[in-house]
Unconditional design. Structure first.
Length: 382
C-alpha cells in the first residue's frame, strides 16, 4: 500500500486567513489528488474545522466595518439570541434563531445561517442551501459573505466552479477593505483567473493586504500574524524573507492559532526556515490537530502510520485519520477505508470499509478498485 508521508502543501501553497491556500505545483502524490479535485488546482482551501478556524478568521474583516451593527437591523434580537446560543454550543437553537432573523433580511443572520448549513452545525449539512444564504448576505453587502461566496465559486463548493464570479465577489469584499479578499484578488490578477492578467493590479492588491496584515499583526492578532508570515514567506507585497515568516508564524502559534501551528509543523517537516526536525513537526501537528484542524489530524495520522517523528502506531494512526475523515478530508476517508478493510489498528469490518470508500468516492477520490475487492471478499464469505 503506497501512501505519502504527510498531507503536504508547503512552498506550493499560499495560506490565507480562512486557511486558504494557492496551489502552484507541489509533489505529485496521492495527497495532492485532493487539491486537483477541488477545481483547477490553482486555489485550494486547506481542510480544517471551519467551525473553529473560520470564526476566528473573521475578526479582522468585522473590524473593517465597525459602523455596521446588524443587531439594530430587522431581526437583530433573534440574531443576538442565536449568537448567544452558538457561544454555548447550543447549535440547533442558534440555527433556528438565525433562520428567523434571516427571514427578516438580516445580512449577518443570513451569513451565519449559511455557515451552519455549510458546516452541518445545528442543521443537516447542505452546501447548496448554504450558498443561497451566502448569496443573499453578499448581495446585502455583508463582507464575509462576499468573501465566502467568492471562495465557493473558486472551489466549486455547493455551486459550479466559476472563476469570473469568484473574482467578482473577491473584488466586492476587497473594495470594502477585506484583507483576505485583497490577498486572493492579488492572485487572481497574477494568474489571470476570472480577470485579465495584470501584474500592476496584482501588486496593488498584495500591497493592500500586506498593510492590513501588518497592522493587525503588530496589534497581536494571531490570524494577521499568520498571514503576515505568509506574505514574507512567498514575497507577496513585500520582499521574501523566510526568517521573518518563521517569526510571525511562531507568534501566532504561541497564541494557540491552529493554522499557524500547522504551518510551523510543515516548516519543521521540510527544514524550511528552520532546521529539519520531525519530532518538532509532530509536536506542532498535534497541537493543531487537538484544536480540530482536519489537515493536521491527517498529517498526524500519517506520522503514526509511518513512524515519522513518532513511534509507529496503527491504532493512533486510525484515530487521527478517522477524525480527519469526519471533517471531510477525502484522503483520510480512503485511509479509514483501508484500515477497516485490512484490520489495521481497528477490527476488520468490510461494511465500514465500504462506507468510507463510498464517502471518498463522493468527494472525488477513485475507490472503485477497493470497493470491488470488498464485494469479491464478501461473496467468498457467503
Amino acid at each position: 500500500m503506497s501512501s505519502p508521508f504527510l498531507y503536504h502543501k508547503t512552498i506550493a501553497l499560499f495560506a490565507i486567513l480562512l486557511t486558504v491556500t494557492v496551489f502552484t505545483g507541489c509533489k505529485k502524490n496521492e495527497a495532492t489528488n485532493e487539491a486537483d479535485s477541488e477545481g483547477r488546482g490553482l486555489y485550494i482551501e486547506k481542510a480544517a474545522d471551519d467551525n473553529k478556524i473560520e470564526a476566528r478568521s473573521e475578526e479582522s474583516d468585522r473590524a473593517v466595518k465597525k459602523n455596521v451593527d446588524y443587531s439594530k437591523m430587522d431581526g437583530g434580537e433573534e440574531l443576538l439570541k442565536g449568537k448567544a446560543a452558538y457561544a454555548i454550543e447550543n447549535y440547533e437553537v442558534a440555527a433556528m434563531d438565525f433562520s428567523v432573523a434571516a427571514e427578516q433580511n438580516n445580512p449577518e443572520a443570513q451569513y451565519l445561517l449559511g455557515k451552519c448549513f455549510f458546516e452541518g452545525v445545528g442543521v443537516k449539512r447542505d452546501k447548496k442551501k448554504a450558498i443561497t444564504y451566502f448569496q443573499k448576505a453578499a448581495e446585502n453587502g455583508h463582507i464575509e459573505a462576499q468573501y465566502k461566496l467568492g471562495d465557493c465559486y473558486l472551489h466549486g463548493k455547493g455551486i459550479s466552479l466559476d472563476l469570473t464570479e469568484a473574482a467578482k465577489w473577491f473584488h466586492n469584499a476587497a473594495d470594502q477593505g477585506s484583507g483576505k479578499a485583497q490577498y486572493m484578488l492579488g492572485f487572481c490578477y497574477e494568474f489571470g483567473d476570472g480577470v485579465e492578467e495584470n501584474a500592476t493590479e496584482s501588486a496593488k492588491w498584495f500591497g493592500k493586504a500586506f498593510a492590513q496584515f501588518k497592522r493587525g499583526a503588530e496589534q497581536g492578532n494571531a490570524e494577521a500574524q499568520l498571514n503576515l508570515g505568509n506574505c514574507y514567506r512567498f514575497g507577496n507585497g513585500v520582499k521574501e524573507d523566510m526568517a521573518e515568516a518563521i517569526k510571525w508564524y511562531k507568534m501566532a502559534a504561541d497564541q494557540s492559532f491552529a493554522a499557524a501551528q500547522l504551518e510551523l509543523g510543515w516548516c519543521y517537516q521540510d527544514g524550511n526556515g528552520v532546521e529539519k526536525n520531525l519530532e518538532e513537526a509532530v509536536k506542532w501537528f498535534r497541537k493543531a490537530a487537538e484544536k480540530g484542524d482536519a489537515t493536521a489530524q491527517l498529517n498526524l495520522g500519517w506520522c503514526y502510520e509511518e513512524g515519522k517523528g513518532v513511534m509507529m502506531n496503527r491504532s493512533e494512526a486510525f484515530k487521527w485519520f478517522h477524525k480527519a475523515a469526519e471533517n471531510d478530508i477525502v484522503i483520510a476517508q480512503r485511509q479509514v477505508g483501508l484500515h477497516y478493510q485490512y484490520g489495521q489498528g481497528i477490527e476488520k469490518n468490510l461494511e465500514e470499509a465500504a462506507k468510507w470508500y463510498r464517502k471518498a468516492a463522493e468527494n472525488g477520490y477513485d475507490t472503485e478498485r477497493h470497493l470491488k475487492e470488498i464485494e469479491e471478499e464478501l461473496l467468498k464469505n457467503q
